[in-house]
Design a protein around this ligand. Structure first.
Ligand code: HEC
Ligand SMILES: [Cu+2]
Length: 350
């Protein structure tokens, strides 16, 4: 009975583990299917170290089996003592050299990749983006382009994009597993890295440093589009004039409420660099609300009425007058019309 229970328990554990680990394989959120330069470099090192580990594992198992078979106590040889090899120079040399060689095989490409991934020499002619980590959202400032975005970062494919990262509060960590490595985002010193996506697509990013109660909800996206589409997107974003947008009457009400309720104290629409809250210039082009909820009016209303229930500890809660569902609905109608570009996560294949 006990044996059966034990077996059931281990099966259950194994099943749960498989289920949990299968979550790691979410499309476009896995380091195991690299779609960009940094991720590919990491993947190559993962493969190399796995090969080395397997090699060591099999050699050890092999020696173990040989010893088990050859040196079993045999009938009539109870007092037999095998040849003692303690202090054998050849053996000592061999088992000191092998690990050194293995470590070297791993170290040389690791150090090379570390230098390669830190190489900022192309940043003068490249696209440079200032990244700000905030509890619990990300802000992006396209240097020299007069473009501010939040949550979603658009980049052209096949090009190194240089990121200069700083936090406005605590330490965060920028990680887009399928295209890049991880980089800490500190409040005091600018950390840099570059990202490059090979193919068009939407790649999910995560904050990888515990930063507060909603740390696990601090998602963002890298939206990689063709260079032509990227230029178009830049133009669309630069042409936004927040004041002269043609709005229908519902949205007009929403805009009045947006202005009357202190929203603009934190949220910019347009290229103003002010950023207590996410820039909403292209909020209507997003595929998520607050980085995590499915994008629809209902969820926007839920967010506006009670953000605390969605992201505990966020910096919007309690800092604006309470909104009725109806008011939140009109604001949502307005915000959903902020769609400056045809190039969106959807068009990029989300
Ligand atoms: C005190 C500053 C502040 C005020 C005032 C404020 N917000 Fe926010 N808002 C934030 C912050 C900070 C976030 C990001 C929260 C997070 O994700 O952790 C946010 C998130 C949002 C989002 C989600 C954005 C996205 O990119 O998905 C919307 C929409 C929004 N706010 C609308 C409003 C509206 C409408 C008002 C006015 C009724 C308002 N906010 C007032 C700070 C503020
Ligand atoms: Cu964080």
């Amino acid at each position: 009975m006990k044996g059966w229970m034990g077996r059931f328990k281990s099966l259950f554990l194994l099943g749960t583990l498989a289920l949990i680990l299968s979550g790691c394989g979410k499309e476009n959120l896995t380091a195991l299917v690299p779609k960009g330069y940094g991720a590919e470099a990491s993947m190559n090192l993962i493969i190399l170290s796995t090969i080395i580990m397997l090699f060591v594992f099999f050699i050890v198992i092999l020696i173990y089996v040989i010893v088990l078979i050859r040196f079993r106590k045999k009938k009539g040889q109870e007092d037999y003592i095998p040849k003692q090899v303690e202090g054998n120079k050849t053996l000592e040399t061999v088992w000191t050299l092998i690990p050194i060689i293995l470590v070297l095989i791993l170290a040389v490409p690791t150090v090379a990749a570390t230098f390669d991934l830190a190489d900022e020499s192309g940043s003068n002619d490249g696209l440079n983006i200032d990244v700000t980590g905030n509890q619990y959202w990300w802000h992006f400032n396209y240097e020299g382009e007069e473009i501010q975005t939040s949550q979603d970062i658009y980049i052209p494919t096949g090009e190194k994009v240089y990121l200069h990262m700083l936090s406005s509060d605590v330490i965060h960590s920028f990680w887009v597993p399928s295209i890049s490595g991880k980089m800490d985002v500190n409040p005091e010193n600018v950390n840099t890295m570059y990202i490059e996506a090979y193919e068009e697509g939407v790649y999910w990013g995560k904050c990888a440093e515990l930063c507060g109660p909603s740390h696990s909800l601090m998602d963002f996206k890298v939206i990689a589009v063709s260079p032509e589409e990227f230029d178009q997107w830049v133009e669309d974003m630069q042409n936004v004039d927040p004041d002269s947008e043609s709005l229908d009457t519902v949205a007009q009400d929403g805009r009045d409420l947006f202005e009357a309720n202190n929203c603009m104290g934190c949220h910019a629409i347009g290229s103003s660099p002010a950023q207590v809250g996410p820039n909403l210039t292209n909020f209507g082009d997003r595929s998520e609300v607050a980085g995590i909820l499915e994008y629809n009016k209902e969820n926007i209303v839920d967010w506006l009425v009670d953000p605390e229930s969605i992201k505990p500890g966020n910096k919007m809660t309690g800092n604006y007058p309470a909104l009725s569902e109806e008011e939140a609905g009109s604001i949502a109608d307005y915000l959903m019309q902020l769609q400056p570009s045809e190039i969106t996560p959807e068009s990029a294949g989300n």
